[in-house]
Design a protein around this ligand. Structure first.
Ligand code: HEM
Length: 458
């Protein structure tokens, strides 16, 4: 019997597989797969077989123990946008680029970014008015964009965040291409051709990409003109390639690396912050504890790096929020050689998927999984769970390079803003996760803003 028939899963239509269910309600479909069929599930979208892994040991196997047997391609949707940057490149080239970027993400280095994070947060909230209604998702996107640009590229983009944000929205939505059935059924060679056609969707994507490139190439040009400083972009620029007669990175390669970190470094944290605000606003008892901790630890001061270890309850809130709404909700790999998992032999060149959104809602590790409960994150409770029952930042050699940066940002931004503001979701506004490249709230999160304590002037 073929492996696809032996592994349990929803079989669906012979030709279309489960495309429709997958497309109409992706998150619900995947949760049902895990619930109904267990730790290894098979389903098809068009001609493509997928194996969904729902056990921490199996996920660890793919990401860590046997990571060399898996590539990210050809399921990398981001390549048309990010080219050969850190997220999308593979093998020796990826290894080298990662080594070059690493110093900018060193813990000591990240400590120096804390003051940028608090300064930009304070500056951002000065524009808010007591009693007004705002989309917190948009605010967090603008803030996270300004922070990553300043911290890693020493560039101020605050004046351009609206147009950059609109371009990012377009490129993120472009991952859902239409007509969907065609993109699901067509082999990747045909998709490459489709992407070149002058279709309106392709043109929108190309325009948005060009908008982002304008900012990135301007940053590169400015850095070249003044010789650069000690930010990530300057570091990458100064790097020479020993294997290529000491050649420096071309502008095209710098662009791929810069746009990758620019996008990965703000879209994810902005979504994480948005989901945290949403959860706090809908759980007033948790929110009250956050305020109590902030008032006790900070007493009205701006948080500094030394305060971070004392903000233990906020740390648990962030863990729990990343559990329920992981910005990177799904990961996928392709097997190089056949491999064994859960008693099955999965063939070479097969797609395996596993998602924080699904695994982190598994009642074996998180009883009553839909409940928002930061107390799941006491050190004792954490020690009882296997590592890969929770992996919002991935794992193994492709683990998020920005994890420490993200933690610092999530905690400093939440603490700085919560000192002064309380938000409430506008009645009637439906908040719903939309799984695209990242897990965004469909239609944003409209909140009523209430000032707790006025912001003193800088
Ligand atoms: C809450 C915030 C964030 C989350 C949840 C997140 C999540 C992830 C995950 C799950 C991966 C691995 C994907 C895979 O293995 O397929 C990843 C990779 C990556 N992340 Fe993040 N990330 C966050 C913030 C950041 C930040 C702040 C930066 C940079 C400033 C960043 C840069 C990257 C890069 C460059 C990679 C690719 C690493 C590689 O393959 O070597 N991320 N991220």
């Amino acid at each position: 019997m073929a492996i696809a028939d032996r592994v349990p899963g929803p079989k669906g239509n012979r030709f279309k597989g489960q495309i429709q269910a997958f497309r109409e309600n992706t998150l619900g479909f995947l949760l049902d797969c895990a619930h109904d069929y267990g730790d290894v599930v098979h389903f098809k979208t068009g001609p493509r077989d997928h194996f969904l892994l729902n056990h921490p040991d199996y996920i660890k196997d793919v990401l860590v123990t046997n990571n060399r047997n898996f590539t990210k391609s050809p399921f990398i949707q981001g390549k048309p946008l990010m080219g050969e940057g850190l997220i999308t490149s593979e093998g020796e080239f990826h290894h080298r680029q990662r080594r070059l970027a690493q110093p900018a993400f060193h813990r000591k280095r990240i400590a120096t970014y804390a003051s940028i994070m608090t300064q930009y947060s304070k500056r951002h909230i000065e524009r808010w008015q007591d009693g007004e209604t705002r989309d917190i998702a948009e605010d967090m996107m603008q803030l996270a964009l300004a922070i990553v640009s300043k911290a890693l590229y020493d560039t101020d983009v605050e004046a351009e965040t609206d147009s950059i944000g609109a371009a990012v929205d377009t490129v993120m939505l472009a991952t859902q291409r239409s007509p969907a059935w065609l993109y699901r059924l067509a082999p990747s060679s045909v998709i490459k051709v489709l992407d070149q056609l002058p279709l309106p969707a392709n043109q929108r994507f190309l325009q948005a990409k060009a908008r982002l490139d304008t900012t990135i190439y301007r940053m590169i040009a400015e850095h070249r003109a003044h010789g650069g400083g000690d930010d990530l972009l300057s570091m990458l620029m100064r790097t020479t390639d020993e294997d290529q007669d000491g050649a420096q990175m071309s502008d095209a390669q710098l662009r791929d690396e810069a746009i990758t970190i620019f996008l990965a470094g703000h879209e994810t944290t902005a979504n994480a912050l948005t989901w945290a605000w949403y959860l706090l606003s809908t759980h007033p008892q948790v929110e009250a504890k956050v305020y109590a901790e902030i008032d006790e630890v900070l007493g009205g001061r701006v948080p500094t790096i030394d305060d971070i270890p004392k903000l233990t309850y906020i740390d648990m809130v962030v863990h729990e929020s990343l559990r329920l709404y992981p910005p990177v909700w799904m990961m996928a790999r392709t097997s190089i050689n056949a491999f064994d998992v859960g008693g099955y032999r999965i063939p070479a060149k097969t797609s395996v998927m596993f998602g924080p959104y699904v695994m982190q809602r598994d009642p074996r590790y998180f009883p009553d999984p839909e409940r928002f409960d930061p107390m799941r994150w006491t050190p004792e409770a954490q020690a009882e769970r296997p590592k890969f029952s929770y992996f919002p930042f991935g794992g193994g050699p492709r683990q998020c390079i920005g994890e420490a940066f993200a933690w610092m940002e999530l905690i400093t931004v939440l603490a700085t803003i919560a000192q002064h503001w309380r938000m409430r979701v506008v009645p009637g506004h439906v908040v719903e996760p939309q799984p695209r490249l990242t897990l965004r709230p469909r239609n944003g999160v409209m909140m009523k803003f209430e000032e707790r304590v006025p912001v003193p002037h800088l």
